[in-house]
Design a protein around this ligand. Structure first.
Ligand SMILES: Cc1cc2nc3c(=O)[nH]c(=O)nc-3n(C[C@H](O)[C@H](O)[C@H](O)COP(=O)(O)OP(=O)(O)OC[C@H]3O[C@@H](n4cnc5c(N)ncnc54)[C@H](O)[C@@H]3O)c2cc1C
Ligand code: SF4
Length: 333
């Protein structure tokens, strides 16, 4: 049996201090991912610092130094985030991505920060009897040559080929969110795209955060122009399934041409994959099926697949095309 201490943090500063001074300590929010890992023996932190009672549970519209933003507290529950009227009206992509994750019961428990920082669902990561570089650095990667249906096709390394599981993270990648973090040196802001990392030769690190960095909020820029946005998730069954492929997209048309498009993919990489090449290829041109397929193929030129993952290329192409043409149709109405 392993000893496990528990402390409830009275303030964000105290939470950071506790984790910074106790090596291996972890923040506990909704617990829906971390507690599973304790039970499975994937992690043994020694100290859990409960941050779930910190007053980081509001969604607010702020006009300040960082422009006009919708600030989502780290402890906002997934169900409250998806139901928030401003999120639903201005950021449907975020509301729909959140609703696409887990079940109603889990969304009532899961928090914004916890969802973004949940760990991979790779079956080998979750099975402590198998080698896994992410769980046990240097032990090997059982997914290479193993069960690979959920593996990455972009940005993987020979150390780790898993994908990031969060739907919300894909939605936030498509709206240029900013993550607000309180660390030992004070507060800092991270562009969402820089929060998660590709595996490289350090697959054990999912993000660019230090262990004692506490996410306090996520901010969504609220420009004057409202864009169309949505999220499409393809999965093996209608509920309780992680994405095989997902697409988050925003679209603004001017004179029937693409003025701004943002595309993020889930289920294809170790992090939400912002399809910048495809966005560039589409900007300024018409939004039709041929253009979207060509743009997606430009992005996918870097993809590597095997027998298990080859289907994802067509799935990404078709899902992105359907999603963007759907948005363009709405814009035309
Ligand atoms: C059956 C099932 C199906 C699911 N299906 C989906 C799905 O389809 N899509 C999807 O996206 N998710 C899915 N999930 C995952 C679920 O969304 C996550 O478990 C949940 O979002 C994690 O949030 P939490 O608040 O419970 O996090 P916790 O378990 O409390 O924490 C998760 C991680 O975040 C860290 N953390 C928490 N808060 C902070 C903070 N403020 N700052 C820094 N670190 C922090 C913790 O230390 C821990 O490492 C599923 C889960 C289950 C059990
Ligand atoms: S893909 Fe990554 S998480 Fe899965 S077994 Fe390999 S190293 Fe572990």
């Amino acid at each position: 049996m392993r000893a496990l201490d528990y402390r409830r943090a009275g303030s964000a500063e105290e939470a950071v201090e506790l984790v910074a001074t106790h090596p291996g300590a972890r923040f506990l929010a909704g617990g829906s991912n971390l507690v599973d890992h304790l039970k499975l023996g994937i992690t043994a932190p020694g100290l859990l610092v409960d941050v779930s009672r910190l007053p980081l549970d509001t969604v607010e519209h702020l006009d300040g130094d960082h422009g006009s933003v919708l600030r989502i507290g780290a402890n906002v529950r997934n169900s409250d985030l998806a139901a928030h009227p401003v999120v639903r009206s201005r950021f449907p992509v975020v509301a729909r991505a959140t609703l696409a994750g887990a079940s109603g019961q889990i969304r009532n428990q899961a928090t914004t920060a916890g969802n973004l920082l949940q760990r991979t669902r790779c079956v080998y990561f979750q099975d402590v009897t198998t080698p896994c570089n992410k769980r046990d650095p240097g032990s090997g990667c059982s997914a290479i040559g193993g069960y690979g249906r959920y593996n990455a096709i972009l940005g993987a390394s020979d150390q780790c080929v898993t994908t990031h599981p969060s739907d919300l993270a894909v939605g936030l990648a498509a709206v240029d969110a900013t993550v607000v973090v309180l660390g030992a040196e004070g507060e800092r802001r991270i562009p969402f795209e820089d929060l998660h990392r590709l595996p490289g030769d350090r697959p054990e690190a999912d993000t660019t955060l230090a262990p004692s960095d506490l996410v306090t909020a996520v901010e969504l820029p609220m420009g004057p122009e409202v864009e169309r946005s949505t999220y499409t998730k393809v999965r093996d069954r209608a509920s309780y399934a992680f994405a095989l492929v997902s697409v988050a997209a925003t679209l603004r048309l001017k004179d029937d041409r693409v003025d701004r498009v943002r595309i993020a993919w889930g289920g294809v990489a170790h992090k939400p994959w912002r399809a910048r090449r495809a966005e560039e290829a589409l900007t300024g041109g018409p939004l039709d099926e041929q253009a979207v397929r060509a743009a997606v193929d430009e992005e996918l030129a870097a993809a590597t697949t095997d027998d298990e993952t080859a289907f994802k290329v067509a799935m990404v192409r078709n899902t992105t095309t359907m999603t963007l043409l759907g948005l363009a149709g709405e814009a035309a109405r």
